[in-house]
Design a protein around this ligand. Structure first.
Ligand SMILES: [Zn+2]
Length: 432
């Protein structure tokens, strides 16, 4: 819920609305239809933004922490300043963002015991960092494991931290590892990242390895269904997607994906996939990464400078760089970004994708997954402190308060609850 500057600005409006309709409007999860037409659009947006549960399903903070160990997530950082990243607890509060899924991301390397073990160690380290947040900042934040946790924490004025794992690589070849990570708090697994792994094919590898899921990947989907973990199909190859849709007993999510009709890249979802998600009862969380939203001509000098780093980048992904070399590579990226800043699409460009997805799938199957700290960010949506801009844009386009509640987390929490219910059914049937 509200805090700081935002609360001070919207408090008069909250009080005015409460005088008419009472507290339940501010706290209700199901917003009754509110006629706010007498209030300015910007103030109405702030009021709605504070009233609904707002969840971002993809924040890549741990990878930032791994390259910048001095970063303190409990301190507010300046938007856009060097080293600020795009997420911290203070900006999360000022942006009225109630909950996030922190991405436990590991880069894809060799499919060997050694590679699996290294990824497993890194994933556990990232989970440790994330679980340290409520230890260090107990008044601000808590770990959430269920939708109920998120709604309860919102009432308490605390930020909810969910764990999502991006890339099933750390599972190795061990099906027990799914339960181990579940027990540590992980509530979704993005089956692959940018390369094929032992679970299945990725949308962005050079060639396919499995023609969909691997046999082990099939077992993992069953195990996730049994445990009540959300199966995340962002990043997977189209064949893997359809394989999952045929196999899963529960609705699936795309934690950060956009619409291929508007931007034709393999990371986005075509209309048939969107319709399949609608039928499956799942949700697609709009990804706010520029290149997935709109193709924009960049300064050719930027392109040349970035191309010069591609060998080093490939070496980093293979795990062939020392820590010092990684730091040097990141410095070079930062220098390029300062000298030739990337021209990014606007939030309106991104909401065009959302409009399209709603037109194809309906309002009950969309949400927001920014990919902040993992490449996300738009010219007028630079970090989590600017999340109210999304609500303002949605309101300006005619979405109702109830639509906005669904988009901002209602749909994702509904899917999450269904996944939990189905897991309980599977476990009950197994016992009888
Ligand atoms: Zn990603």
């Amino acid at each position: 819920m509200a805090s700081g500057v935002l609360l001070r600005r919207v408090l008069p409006f909250i009080l005015a609305v409460m005088a008419t309709w009472g507290w339940q409007i501010v706290y209700a999860h199901d917003l009754p239809p509110i006629d706010l037409s007498s209030t300015l659009t910007s103030s109405r947006a702030e009021l709605i933004h504070q009233a609904v549960l707002t969840i971002d399903s993809h924040i890549d903070w741990p990878i930032r922490q791994s390259v910048n160990p001095e970063f303190d997530p409990g301190v507010g950082h300046e938007t856009g300043a060097s080293g600020s990243g795009q997420w911290d607890l203070v900006r999360m509060a000022s942006g009225g963002l109630d909950g996030v899924f922190i991405s436990i991301f590991t880069p894809q390397r060799q499919l060997t015991e050694e590679g699996y073990a290294e990824a497993n160690t890194l994933a556990n380290q990232m989970i440790d960092w994330t679980k340290q947040l409520p230890v260090d900042y107990p008044d601000q934040v808590a770990i959430a494991l269920t939708p109920e946790d998120a709604y309860r924490l919102e009432q308490q004025g605390k930020r909810a931290i969910f764990l999502g794992m991006e890339n099933g690589y750390p599972l190795g070849a061990d099906i027990q590892a799914v339960q181990t990570f579940y027990d540590r708090g992980v509530r979704y697994i993005t089956l692959t990242h940018s390369k094929n792994n032992q679970l299945g094919d990725s949308s962005t590898d050079d060639q396919q390895l499995w023609q969909g899921l691997s046999p082990f990947g099939e077992t993992v989907v069953h195990e996730m269904n049994r445990l009540g973990m959300m199966v995340d199909i962002s990043h997977v190859h189209d064949d893997t997607f359809w394989h999952v849709i045929r196999l899963t007993q529960a609705p699936v999510i795309a934690s950060h994906s956009s619409a291929r009709t508007l931007r034709d890249v393999p990371r986005n979802m075509d209309d048939n996939m969107l319709r399949a998600i609608q039928e499956n009862g799942g949700v697609v969380q709009l990804c706010l990464l520029g290149d997935y939203i709109k193709e924009i001509d960049q300064d050719p000098r930027r392109e040349t400078a970035l191309a010069a780093l591609s060998d080093q980048q490939a070496a980093w992904l293979r795990g062939d760089l020392s820590e010092a070399e990684v730091a040097e590579l990141l410095n070079q990226y930062r220098a390029i970004n300062t000298q030739y800043p990337e021209i990014k699409p606007t939030l309106a460009d991104a909401i065009d994708h959302l409009d399209h997805m709603v037109a194809v799938m309906g309002i009950d199957h969309v949400g927001i997954g920014s990919d902040f700290d993992g490449g996300g960010g738009l010219s007028d949506l630079k970090d989590v402190s600017q999340m109210p801009n999304i609500t303002q844009e949605l309101l300006a386009r005619g979405y109702t308060p109830d639509d906005i509640r669904k988009i901002w987390g209602g749909n994702l929490m509904r899917v999450f609850n269904q996944v939990i219910d189905i897991a309980e059914q599977i476990q009950t049937e197994a016992e009888s």
